[in-house]
Design a binder for this molecule. Sequence first.
Ligand SMILES: Nc1ncnc2c1ncn2[C@@H]1O[C@H](COP(=O)(O)OP(=O)(O)O)[C@@H](O)[C@H]1O
Ligand SMILES: [Mg+2]
Length: 308
Amino acid sequence: MVSTDFELQSASESASAETANATVSDAAADSTFAEVDDRSRTVPAIEFRDVHLTFGERVILGGISFVVQKGETKIILGGSGTGKSTLIKIILGLLKPDSGRVLVDGEDITDYTEEQMMSVRHKIGMIFQEGALFDSLSVYDNVAYRLHEQNVDEAQVEEEVRRMLRFVNLEDAIEKMPIELSGGMRRRVGIARALVGAPSVILFDEPTAGLDPPTARTICELAIKLRDLEDVSSIFVTHEMNNLTYLTGEYAVVDDSGEVILEQEGEKLCLINTKIMMLRDGEIIFSGTDELLRKSDDRYIQTFIHGK
Ligand SMILES: Nc1ncnc2c1ncn2[C@@H]1O[C@H](COP(=O)(O)OP(=O)(O)O)[C@@H](O)[C@H]1O
Ligand SMILES: [Mg+2]
């Protein structure tokens, strides 16, 4: 689903041509209706139905239910050890819940075998805290990894790798080894690698942990671009409030010259494609917009937001 710069540019050109005529073309109206009528968009990207998981005596997830809609970003907040990574492992089928159902794209994957999970995992891009690169492989080979495994023709591999590296603004680093990269660059290579194969769902597990604030921001900007320009659905696990402020307050658009720019949500807009869910002791203690979260009078939530 990651489109090329060319597609982005031509989309913006046709949009400005329409504004010039001040009428909506039949083609535009048709495509809007097609989107509204597209039933597959009403199927959630991810759904948990009353999911329970215990490790020994400890309840990690005590009956969790939520949906991530198509095109939505769900920010998951929660202290350390509250089951955030566990939840992501369940989506990937690396852990099975004790009870409850888990659906990806409308497909109930709860009882899937390892083999059945392979096709589900192709729809999912996973971004880990450390970037998790193979240190002995170049940036090119790291990003190409999945494609090489699938024996894709090398010319096609290179085209795809370059396109992904352009998306994360790192095409110049294509020949480098991971050890030569800064922490932020390693994360971005990790993102480029996760985008290969155009996953419709992306799972970010604390992708900015340990990064300085400006670098953390570049990671959030990529998540915003994926949400707004590529129609990706995602879960973004974090406990950093800065990330939440960026993701819930800014959106990406393509300007008249075809450049991607970020705009502030401001006072008038309220982004509806980004929601927050907060976990505590195996329960969801909050679910909703950042506006509601900030207004919550729950002491625990206020302490979490303000750090005191
Ligand atoms: N395989 C496992 N066996 C036993 N306990 C585990 C296992 N994986 C995680 N845990 C425990 O489950 C809790 C939740 O872990 P995790 O999902 O990694 O938390 P978070 O990502 O929110 O920090 C932690 O207390 C952790 O120690
Ligand atoms: Mg974790």
